[in-house]
Design a protein around this ligand. Structure first.
Ligand code: ZN
Length: 99
């Protein structure tokens, strides 16, 4: 088990305990990418990340530093405003296709 998995050569997957599903972060390749400290155990991404920014019914807004997710208060789940260690998880259990 690990905290981060490569979805493909450009995108890292992690499990969001707020949304109870996987999110991905683009860290390589053409186009805009997030700065990443290259640490799979205690990752840090250089900017805030928002999922569901254009959705009215679900929003997840956070940053990740030293392997800890800090959910901002405008997230729309029960972990908003909290800091939570990035969980170890299994791709097989969550049904994400491994490439
Ligand atoms: Zn989330």
């Amino acid at each position: 088990m690990a905290k981060l998995y490569w979805l493909d050569p450009c995108n890292l997957l992690f499990f969001c305990p707020g949304c109870k599903c996987a999110h991905y972060v683009r860290v390589a390749g053409p186009g805009s990418v997030w700065g990443w400290n290259s640490d799979l155990e205690f990752p840090r991404f250089d900017a805030d990340i928002t999922f569901g920014a254009h959705s009215t019914n679900h929003r997840c807004h956070f940053r990740i530093e030293q392997g800890v997710i800090e959910f901002f208060k405008d997230s729309q789940h029960t972990l908003r405003g909290l800091k939570v260690a990035l969980p170890e998880w299994s791709l097989a259990e969550t049904g994400v296709a491994q490439r």
